[in-house]
Design a binder for this molecule. Structure first.
Ligand code: FES
Length: 84
């Protein structure tokens, strides 16, 4: 392990260089990234940026977790949070 982490809802999540946010969250046991207006979970599904199912908020901006490479210190939260 490289010792790099980002912050998910106030908790440090480790990741390997080049790993996506979605992969790191799943490795950390986080399988729901939030809930949409219909009550459905945001989660890792297609892995190629097609379904928009893995939306998260990264440093205040909506991003696909499967396409966004984790960086040290980034603040990640649910889309509905508006912030971490
Ligand atoms: S898992 Fe489908 S867009 Fe990320």
């Amino acid at each position: 392990m490289s010792g790099q982490t980002f912050v998910w809802k106030g908790k440090d999540v480790p990741f390997r260089s080049g790993e996506s946010i979605a992969a790191a969250l799943e490795a950390a046991g986080v399988f729901s990234f939030g809930t949409d207006t219909f009550g459905q979970d945001f989660r890792y599904f297609c892995g190629i940026g097609a379904c928009q199912g893995c939306l998260v908020r990264v440093d205040g901006l909506l991003r696909e977790a499967c396409l966004t490479v984790a960086r040290p210190g980034m603040r990640v939260g649910s889309p509905e949070d508006g912030h971490d």
